[in-house]
Design a protein around this ligand. Sequence first.
Ligand code: AMP
Length: 432
Amino acid sequence: MATPRYQRPKDTHDLYPGAASWEDDSARARFLEDQFSQMCVAFGYGEIRTPTFESTDLFTRSVGEGTDIVSKEMYVFEDKSGRSLALKPESTAPVLRAYLQNGLASQGGVTKLYYIAQHFRYERGQKGRYRQHEQLGVEALGTTDPALDAEVIQLALSFFHRVGIQNLTLKLNSVGSQASRATYVMALKAYIEPFLAEFSDEGKARFEKNPLRLLDTKNERELEILRGAPLLTDYISCAESDHFGVLRGYLDGARVAYTVDPHLVRGFDYYTHTAFEIQSGDLGAQNALGGGGRYDGLVEALGGPPTPGIGFGIGLERVLIALNRLGAEMPEGPSPMAFVVTQGEAARRIGVDLLAQLRAAGIAADMEYGAHSVKAQMRAANAARSRYALIIGDEEVEGKVVQFKNLADGWQLAVPLSETVAWFNSDTQPQP
Ligand code: AMP
């Protein structure tokens, strides 16, 4: 039987250097991750990493049994001891679990964490929607201060601006507390009941299992009916409304533009107070670049002391797609300082040794492998965007020198072999 040609799992993608499609380009992904982590550190956030899988129950309890993520999209498996585990479909619950398990609250003050993590959801794939996707996210725990909500939103926006995405819409809503939402859900159901026969099967199922999700519908008729529905913002308490008002004041003060969308509920049950989503005008159907919100009861629901918190997640692949559509400039990846080029056996031996010495001295250096002509090696040096080619032929072996060729402007200079590494490290590199 012929060996099968293996395919990656459906609706996943590989990342590799030089991929034509930006969401597959590992160098661009790494650049965004670096930008994100630098930005988080500058805002006072520390990195957290949690396992790729967790107890299934962690997500059922937090994200909510009635959500699409838990009821339809989770990758659940049993390990060899019969424990039910799930590949993480999101990171808020795992981060909170880790916060509790490691006693991070005892470090005092507000705990501010960021993560770069892979998430797994059994979704129907399309451009910008995969079964494994990467999120850049933060979680900040320990205060209800709306200034923290403003910080988290501004951190997300600052990241987009820093990487060159300007055409953004910030949608904002207050989804109240679990209690005020329960009252709202009753009002929403009472309003919808007379129209229920006109709803799709999915709409009917949502009506039974999780009526708030009805607000997410894309169905035209359902949207039309929902236009007359009561608004969540009219059901939130004075304190919740005050919190929202103060947050809006901070955003106004910082001249952050936003639109209040009373239908914004997002796909998780744990949100309270602030919910937000950042959309791009450059993405088409999958236009949500990121979103987040407060989850003031969640730590308690996971068995911890009452601890308010807020966070967001940004979809890395969508950021790459948006940047590609914008034709954004991305810095070129790292390139070597020196590229060793040799002709003949003796020169090759010296070149291999020189390469090792350069690398040991921390100088980015490379060479072309295989028996290639000098011309082909020079082509490789240029393709790698090396600053210098260090050329060694018979004459150089004889004279114990290396020909430095500056590949940008072409000047050439012979440097004694024994001084080559020092030449790179000296502050005053001799010019020809
Ligand atoms: P969520 O965790 O659902 O709030 O999603 C946060 C962000 O992650 C979204 O705004 C998207 O940018 C991204 N995202 C969510 N699901 C997927 C997916 N299946 N494929 C690619 N990106 C996704």
